[in-house]
Design a protein around this ligand. Sequence first.
Ligand SMILES: NC(=O)c1ccc[n+]([C@@H]2O[C@H](COP(=O)([O-])OP(=O)(O)OC[C@H]3O[C@@H](n4cnc5c(N)ncnc54)[C@H](OP(=O)(O)O)[C@@H]3O)[C@@H](O)[C@H]2O)c1
Length: 273
Amino acid sequence: MTTRPIPSTQEALPVIGCGTWMGFDVAAGSAEHQRLPGVLDALFAAGGKLIDSSPMYGRAEAVTGELLAAAKQRDKAFLATKVWTSGREAGIAQMEQSFQRLRTERIDLMQVHNLVDWRTHLETLRDWKDQDRVRYLGITHYTSSAYPEVEAVLRAEKLDFLQINYSLDAREAEQRLLPLAAERGVAVIANMPFGGGSLMRRLRGKPLPGWAAEIGCASWAQLLLKFVLSHPAVTCTIPGTSRPEHMADNAAAGTGSFPDAAFWQRHAHSIET
Ligand SMILES: NC(=O)c1ccc[n+]([C@@H]2O[C@H](COP(=O)([O-])OP(=O)(O)OC[C@H]3O[C@@H](n4cnc5c(N)ncnc54)[C@H](OP(=O)(O)O)[C@@H]3O)[C@@H](O)[C@H]2O)c1
C-alpha cells in the first residue's frame, strides 16, 4: 500500500485505514462481532495500519482493544482515538479509559473530537506527548458549519493531524482547510469518504464508468477513495467498515497511481450525473 509522510515527523503512514464508528460498536458473540477479526486481518494484510475510534462510538474502543490483544496485533496498528468531553479532569479520565479499553500504554494519535473543549485538552495532550503517552495530537470535525472554527484552531495551534470530512459529494474542505493544513504542515485524515455511507447506497447497482479502469478501480468504493486520496493535502482516509470483503476492497484503492485534479475535472460531468 502507498504511504505518505506525516509532515511533523516524516513517519510513513499507509493511505487507507479503518473507521470504527457503528461497525465496531457491536456485542461480543454477535455475528457482526465475529466478522471483525477478518476486517483487521484484511487491513493489515494489505499493509494498512490506521484504526480510528472514539469514546463516542459505544463499544468500539473496547472491541478494537480486545481484538488486537487476542490476535497479538497491537504492534501492527497505528491507533487513533479521541477525547469527547468538557473539563480537564473529565478529559483525563476519559483518555485514561481509552488506554484501558484499547489495551495499550501508548496511543499513536489522540484527537479532540469535534473540537469539544479543545483548549483544555490540547494542553493536557502537549504534556502527554512530552511524556510519550501519545505520539501525535490533533483535532477532528465532520461538517462544514464548523470549518471557520476548525480553521481558526489550525492557524493558532501547532497540530500534527487534522481529521475532517472529505468526499466526492462534500468538497468544501478544498476551499480553505486542505490548503491551510498543507501550508501549516499538518497531516490530514479524511473521514466519511463515502459520505457516511450515503454515496455507496446511491451508487449501488449503477455501472462503473469506463474511465474507472484507467485509474485501476474495480469498484465504486475504490473510485471514491482514489478521489479523496488524489488531493495532495490528504495523508490518508479511514472508510468505516465491519466487513472483511469491504476492507479488502477499500485497501485496494491504496495501491497504484492517484490521478491529478485535471483528471477529475475531465470526468466532472460523468461524476455529477
Ligand atoms: N467527527 C469525527 O471525528 C468523525 C465523524 C465521522 C466519522 N469519523 C470517523 O471516520 C470514519 C469513516 O466515516 P463513516 O464510517 O461515518 O462513513 P464512511 O466511511 O463514509 O461510510 C461507511 C459506510 O460505508 C460502507 N462501506 C464501507 N466500505 C464499503 C465497500 N467497500 N463497499 C460498500 N460499502 C462499504 C459501510 O458499511 P459496511 O460496514 O457494511 O462495510 C458503512 O455503512 C468513521 O468510522 C469514524 O472512525 C469521525
